[in-house]
Design a protein around this ligand. Structure first.
Ligand SMILES: Nc1ncnc2c1ncn2[C@@H]1O[C@H](COP(=O)(O)OP(=O)(O)OP(=O)(O)O)[C@@H](O)[C@H]1O
Ligand SMILES: [Mg+2]
Length: 534
């Protein structure tokens, strides 16, 4: 295995861990805790069960062995029958005693007693075949079971040695006590413990039940956490997706006062802040656009005012000429209405206002946007063409915002024509800005309208194309452009559930296509059905 493989494996594992749903993680942690708990409990409980058995059985074996040793010391070891009888009596009196062996200091067996099947400890059984057959020649050898394993008890008895053997039918505890001063012989006595298996089984059951309870608790916590954490998190996630689509009016539900509740409050504040910033940027852009065509508008106002002045002068010169003066008054009224109209439109345009979606005819919106740049275009000798197809349906939009979007596109077009005009030629010879409106192909079951704003200016270089809609991206000289125009156009179009595309050939011009859903596909509240249901 190369060094890279564990790194890749670790990355994959991390990816798997972070990508699994929350409830699976909680359940996994619960499962791990259960297994850890079960392992520790298993070890500790078994240990204490063993220790308890070693203690109780070991002490019982010790007291039997001590009283037998005392009796053998009194009776003497020379009388073999007496010794055998004492051993038999002890074995009969205590059914749990499995064997008793009296050995001298050399290890020679002076007397022994076993229950059947024979349960001699391994060190005796391994001495040349069967122990009983050696002592009693009439008996045939019997194999001692091999599964007799010595284990190390943790209990220290007050006196005498303690050894433990485990075999299939239970535990054997052996104590060794000296007879008298121990110089001649000692007694080895083994007691069986069949209760151990039962106690161990009940320990296992208790641990399994505990583990089951832990698992149940982890499933319940996973479900509860999914409900209490997953629900608000999912609501926040949905709200975030809506904000990412540009709808800052969405708010996350605040159901609690804990960290999640505070997160939802913070999210809502952020959305409010974004909404407010958008409003400010739109207003700032509107004011900047006004600045650009204010000079042109001044002419629009100036001309009728000049007319009013000259009418007034004539009136002063010849106040008695009634019929002529009535004409002058009519001309002045007409001129002042024009001025008032221009000022009214300027005021409306610069006002800060919320979105007000209504069915509007694209032709009317284009006329208004074109009116705002007409003077400027005339000054630059650029022709403005408006071509609206008769079959075009109304679109659901906010007239002022849509005018602002088209105005931004038109201002860009005028700038591009100016820039594209070779210095030695006159832009008037060829400068043209066209607004065209056509029904667009149905998309996702919705009839749409396409508004094209086309110019024959310098065009957009391919390397700029992917970035022109980014906020603050501009190719204009410092101080000439903010780079916000197209970002705002896209914002406005998207708020209207529309899309914007651009095509351009460097040196030939550019055309921006704005697609808007037709009004009859929109719901009562003015929002497109698809958007409001999203
Ligand atoms: N019709 C067009 N022809 C050629 N280039 C264009 C056209 N419209 C936009 N661009 C390019 O896209 C860039 C970004 O346009 P955008 O309207 O966002 O900002 P701007 O016009 O530079 O600045 P501002 O709009 O604040 O005056 C422009 O700098 C220009 O390079
Ligand atoms: Mg611009």
């Amino acid at each position: 295995m190369t060094l890279q493989n564990p790194v890749i494996a670790a990355k994959r594992l991390r990816w798997c861990l972070v990508s699994v749903p929350l409830y699976v993680k909680v359940f996994g942690i619960g499962l791990l805790i259960s297994i850890l708990f079960a392992t520790i409990a298993f070890y500790v409980m078994r240990r204490s069960v063993f220790d308890a058995h070693y203690q109780v059985r070991g002490e019982m074996a010790l007291s039997v062995a001590l009283s037998l040793a005392a009796r053998l010391e009194t009776a003497g070891l020379d009388q073999k029958t007496g010794v055998d009888q004492a051993l038999n009596e002890a074995m009969n009196a205590f059914p749990s005693v499995r064997y008793i062996v009296v050995q001298d200091t050399e290890g020679t067996i002076l007397s022994h007693g076993f229950t059947f099947p024979r349960e001699a400890p391994p060190d005796l059984a391994q001495t040349d075949g069967d122990l009983c057959a050696r002592c009693h020649e009439s008996l045939s050898p019997v194999e001692v079971p091999e599964e007799l394993l010595e284990v190390q008890p943790q209990v220290i008895l007050p006196s005498g040695g303690l050894r433990a053997y485990r075999r299939s039918e239970g535990l054997i505890l052996e104590v060794t006590v000296p007879i008298g001063d121990g110089r001649r012989a000692s007694v080895r006595l083994g007691v069986g413990d069949k209760m151990l298996a039962r106690d161990l089984a009940s320990v296992n059951h208790a641990i399994l039940a505990g583990m089951g309870l832990c698992l149940l608790a982890s499933v319940c916590s996973a479900l509860l956490l999914t409900y209490f954490l997953g629900k608000p998190i999912n609501a926040l996630l949905e709200a975030t997706k809506i904000v990412a689509k540009g709808d800052f009016s969405v708010r996350a539900p605040v159901d609690s006062d804990d960290e999640l509740g505070r997160l939802a409050v913070a999210f809502n504040r952020m959305a409010e802040g974004l909404e407010e910033s958008r409003r400010r940027i739109l207003r700032a852009d509107r004011l900047a656009s006004i600045g650009q065509f204010a000079a042109g508008v001044a002419h629009e106002i100036n001309n009728p005012l000049d007319g009013v002045l000259s009418c007034l002068e004539r009136l002063q010169r010849d106040p008695a000429n009634l019929s002529q003066n009535l004409d002058y008054l009519e001309m002045m009224k007409h001129a002042l209405r024009r001025v008032s109209g221009v000022i009214q439109r300027l005021l409306e345009y610069s006002q800060q206002r919320g979105m007000n979606l209504k069915p509007e005819h694209p032709g009317a919106i284009i006329e208004n946007a074109a009116a705002l740049i007409r003077v400027m275009a005339r000054q630059k000798a650029i022709e403005i063409e408006i071509d609206v197809s008769d079959e075009v349906p109304a679109v659901m939009c906010d007239r002022y915002y849509m005018e602002q979007a088209l105005l931004n596109l038109a201002l860009n077009g005028l700038a591009a024509i100016e820039e594209g005009a070779p210095p030695e030629t006159n832009a008037a010879a060829r400068g043209k800005l066209a607004f065209r409106v056509r029904p667009a192909p149905v998309s996702a079951g919705m009839p749409r309208v396409r508004i094209d704003v086309e110019d024959n200016g310098c065009g957009i270089a391919p390397e700029h194309l992917p970035r022109i809609f980014d906020a603050f991206y501009t190719t204009k000289a410092p101080g000439k452009g903010t780079g916000l125009g197209l970002a705002i156009v896209r914002e406005i179009v998207e708020v209207h559930s529309g899309t914007i595309e651009v095509e351009s050939v460097v040196g030939k011009g550019a055309v921006f296509h704005v697609f808007l859903p037709a009004a009859d596909t929109c719901s009562e509240n003015g929002r497109n059905e698809k958007v409001s249901s999203a």
